[in-house]
Design a protein around this ligand. Structure first.
Ligand code: FA5
Length: 372
């Protein structure tokens, strides 16, 4: 700011001359009117109403005038700045309104558009069937147990009474992951869920009532009834005074829960190294109930007209297995079973071919909806 000067005349200070003040004001008003966007207007505000704008600089000169001249110059510059400020405010309001209407159009949501073009997924029926199978046993008081899919050979075979050179080891065609070295157990992809029996006995207090649904692996070719990756539901009971009659009752309750009431079950003698005696468990065909047997006019696709459907293997736990898991065989006994989940799904839902279960076609999965 210049020092006060008695001979200082505002008309003679160029920036305070009425014409100059009017020119600065007109220039600012024209720039404001020409601002096409809020960003433009921001720049115009800085240039024509900011601290270093021509009108702000002219305003500073007023203090250097004689007191008598200050009022006149102040009125002139102040009036011009007010006009500029009002014009800025008005233009700001217009530009904001324009922006808001544009956003409303550009970001409008058409609520009438179809909402279901991306198909919803569905849980795989093997998962839901395995859960239903396990739930039936949970309803009888069983707990759900787990074990790893890559399993120590000791759990998968040795502890289950498959001796190293036992032919039963090759009965189940095994994917070997790591071979045995020295005294160390090798690793395999578990060929059945039975190793969970040992894990459950080692990890829990007796008595033990568990079911273990899970994935299992064998070097089987994929065909209509076999898959190299399939699922089983293991069941194990170890308690005092346990007999085969309890197993029979539990299997009957499972069949009733899964397939409906009034279906008979039967045990056929079989062999597993870890149970003695061992059996294959069958249920009466829930479609023909045996009526198709020997009647070519009434063939049944579900049981191939045999009248019975095989569910899996079972038996009384071999005392050697209990001993391997540190159980007092003088006091405790038990039984176990292993049911095929794919087989159960095939029967429960009339799936004819196992290819459908593994090929991942969402149309197959969706047909079962979101059953929980
Ligand atoms: C076993 O795996 C025994 N661990 C079952 C068991 C448990 C017996 C406890 C005694 C006590 P098995 O090999 O039979 O048994 O298999 C049981 C079921 O698994 C079969 O009945 C069948 O439903 C299913 N299964 C076996 N192999 C396949 C396969 N490749 N694809 C689909 N399901 C299969």
């Amino acid at each position: 700011m210049s020092a006060s000067n008695n001979s200082y005349d505002p008309v003679e200070v160029t920036s305070l001359h009425p014409d100059e003040v009017a020119r600065m004001r007109d220039e600012a008003l024209a720039a404001i009117a020409g601002a096409a966007s809020l960003a433009d207007l921001k720049e115009v505000r800085l240039a024509h109403a900011g601290d270093r704008s021509p009108l702000a600089l002219a305003n500073r000169e007023i203090g250097a005038l004689q007191p008598t001249a200050r009022a006149d110059a102040g009125k002139r510059v102040g009036g011009a700045r007010r006009e500029v400020s009002e014009a800025l405010k008005a233009r700001q309001a217009v530009l904001e309104e324009e922006r808001d209407s544009r956003v409303l159009v550009e970001e409008a949501v058409d609520v009438t558009l179809p909402w279901d073009r991306a198909p919803r997924g569905a849980r795989h029926p093997l998962t839901t069937v395995a859960e239903r199978m396990a739930d039936i046993f949970v309803g009888m008081g069983f707990e759900v147990a787990e074990g790893p899919e890559v399993e120590a050979e000791w759990f998968n075979f040795d502890a289950l009474n498959f001796l190293p050179d036992h032919p039963a080891r090759t009965m189940q065609d095994t994917f070997f992951v790591e071979s045995r070295t020295g005294g160390e157990s090798g690793l395999v992809l578990r060929t059945h869920t039975s190793p969970v029996q040992i894990r459950a006995l080692l990890g829990r207090e007796l008595p033990v009532y568990v079911v273990a649904p899970g994935k299992t692996f064998r070097t089987d070719e994929l065909d209509a009834t076999h898959s190299p990756v399939f699922h089983q539901l293991e069941g194990l009971v170890v308690d005092e005074g346990i007999t085969l009659a309890h197993l029979r009752g539990a299997i009957d309750a499972f069949v009733e829960g899964m397939f409906g009431s009034g279906l008979r079950t039967r045990f056929r003698p079989s062999y597993f190294p870890f149970t003695e005696p061992s059996a294959e468990v069958d249920m009466e065909c829930f479609v023909c109930r045996g009526a198709s047997v020997g009647d070519p006019d009434r063939p049944c696709r579900t049981c191939s007209s045999e009248g019975w459907i095989e569910l899996g293997g079972c038996g009384v736990v071999n005392p050697r297995v209990l001993t391997a898991a540190g159980v007092d065989t003088g006091r405790y006994s038990g039984w176990a079973f292993g049911l095929g989940v794919e087989r159960t799904l095939m029967f429960a839902h009339g799936v004819q071919d196992m290819h459908d279960m593994v090929e991942g076609d969402v149309r197959f999965t969706s047909a079962f909806g979101m059953e929980i």
